[in-house]
Ligand binder design. Structure first.
Ligand SMILES: Cc1cc2nc3c(=O)[nH]c(=O)nc-3n(C[C@H](O)[C@H](O)[C@H](O)COP(=O)(O)OP(=O)(O)OC[C@H]3O[C@@H](n4cnc5c(N)ncnc54)[C@H](O)[C@@H]3O)c2cc1C
Length: 414
């Protein structure tokens, strides 16, 4: 039987950050981290394509709803307690400088996620926080306001305070663990995935990227404008991942069978686009439209759309009929693709859903009906789009739980 003042289950971003915040504030307390695998911070290591997109330049974040499909309202309080600015300072004070990319994403200046892993684990060593590896927790019980934690290999741990930081609740074991404590959760579904399009009309154009398209999920309110990439399994890119995030629940319930409409010219409204095409045809009346280059759309894609239209490639612009022009306009602005089945490519997969935010005191991340139990990171019903938003949730909620684990005073320690 092993006892500690505070036990943290999970050595990911949120768990490690919680442990560091707690130990800095309460150095006399015995703190243990229990981790089921043989490594800490494995997602940090692989994140951001090996560069770790630590957070986002918050000055560009207008409204949280645009970045956190789930949790935007509640995170306002959380971020006012520990913000992206606090994250930047925290790392800076430990000699890790972050840089801002053009789109607002922030990475370590070394461009290596190992810098973040090393920084966090060095801090754990410095503060003598012990991480116990290969220790999977499968049952938690409460006796006399103390937590009794049983591992898969039937070892027993006891603690007064417990922080759960087990990541997305997307496995039966994860769900069983929270059920052992009767925690209430919202159904979990995948988010941030690319779209699978079998027999796509765009097959053969793999690798083509388009700077600015509007993609809409047919017969829904979900629509996103931004860059897309044509892949060998369908489409991906920032706009697709963002759309998958906002429509995560709906797509799950449709069993990932849905249609998308792509507008390759989102900068025009319908009338403007009609006028643009008319003008283009008039100014190039004597050349074949098939060979014409339209800005913003690569010629390989333009010619593919033209082939799909079945209009003769030899027709000059001036010879296109009204209905042929309308067919082309529809292909350029309402290009329809049928998506089927979920991709298994782990672009930047996160889990939407998790512990119900209504059940959490967001001032300290304590589960309202179980004093001494805190829940943080991806396991709560918060998820963001790509750009460093998911780690910011992990840093902020982990920090708040850590500093408040032994009382409700809140003092920032940078
Ligand atoms: C490929 C990829 C790239 C990503 N890139 C980025 C990025 O650049 N920027 C960004 O903001 N977000 C990114 N994300 C999302 C981000 O990694 C997660 O949101 C974040 O890691 C969540 O942190 P966490 O601590 O809550 O959970 P996790 O990092 O998942 O950590 C949970 C830990 O708990 C352990 N655990 C689970 N169950 C048990 C148990 N029963 N007993 C003991 N231990 C247990 C796990 O082994 C794990 O170590 C990426 C995700 C993926 C998959």
């Amino acid at each position: 039987m092993i006892s500690a003042d505070l036990i943290i289950v999970g050595a990911g971003a949120s768990g490690i950050f919680a442990a560091l915040a707690a130990k800095e504030k309460y150095p006399e307390k015995k703190i243990l981290i229990l981790e089921k695998t043989t490594k800490a911070l494995s997602k940090v290591k692989i994140s951001g394509g090996g560069r770790c997109n630590v957070t986002h330049d918050w000055r560009r974040v207008d409204h949280l709803t645009n970045f956190y499909p789930r949790g935007h309202k509640e995170l306002r309080n959380v971020f006012s307690a520990f913000s992206a600015e606090d994250t930047i300072l925290w790392f800076q004070n430990r000699n890790v400088k972050l840089k801002i990319e053009d789109d607002g994403r922030m990475f370590p200046i070394t461009n290596s996620s190992q810098t973040i892993v090393d920084c966090l684990l060095n801090e754990c060593d410095k503060l003598e926080i012990k991480i116990v590896y290969s220790t999977e927790i499968d049952l938690i019980e409460i006796h006399d306001r103390k937590f009794s934690i049983r591992t898969k290999s039937s070892k027993q741990y006891f603690c007064n305070k417990l922080i759960l930081a087990v990541g997305g609740l997307n496995t039966t074991k994860g769900i069983q663990l929270i059920r052992s404590l009767n925690l209430e959760s919202i159904e979990t579904v995948p988010s941030l995935f690319s779209f699978n399009i079998p027999n796509s009309a765009l097959a053969g154009l793999e690798g083509l990227s388009l700077e600015n398209c509007e993609i809409q999920i047919s017969e829904s309110k979900f629509s996103v404008t931004g860059p897309i990439i044509i892949t060998h399994w369908g489409i991906s890119g920032p706009a697709v991942l963002k759309l998958s995030s906002f429509a995560a629940e709906q797509l799950f319930h449709q069993n990932y069978n849905f249609k998308i409409l792509i507008n390759f010219f989102p900068e025009y409204n319908e009338i403007q686009f009609f006028e643009f095409i008319q003008k283009t045809l008039k100014n190039n009346s004597k050349i074949k439209f098939y060979n014409h280059k339209i800005k913003a759309i690569p010629s390989r894609l333009f010619q593919r759309l033209f082939s799909i239209s079945k209009i003769s490639e030899s027709k000059n612009c001036a010879d296109l009929s009204k209905s042929e022009i309308q067919t082309l306009i529809n292909l350029f602005t309402k290009f329809t693709l049928s998506c089927s089945g979920k991709t298994t490519y782990k672009d930047e997969f996160v889990t939407a859903g998790g512990i119900d935010l209504k059940k959490i005191n967001l001032k300290n991340m304590e589960y309202k009906t179980i004093p001494g139990l805190f829940v943080v990171g991806e396991m709560i019903n918060v998820d963001g789009i790509t750009g460093g938003f998911n780690f910011q949730n992990a840093w902020s909620t982990g920090y708040i739980a850590g500093v408040n684990s032994f009382n409700n005073d809140f003092n920032k320690i940078n």
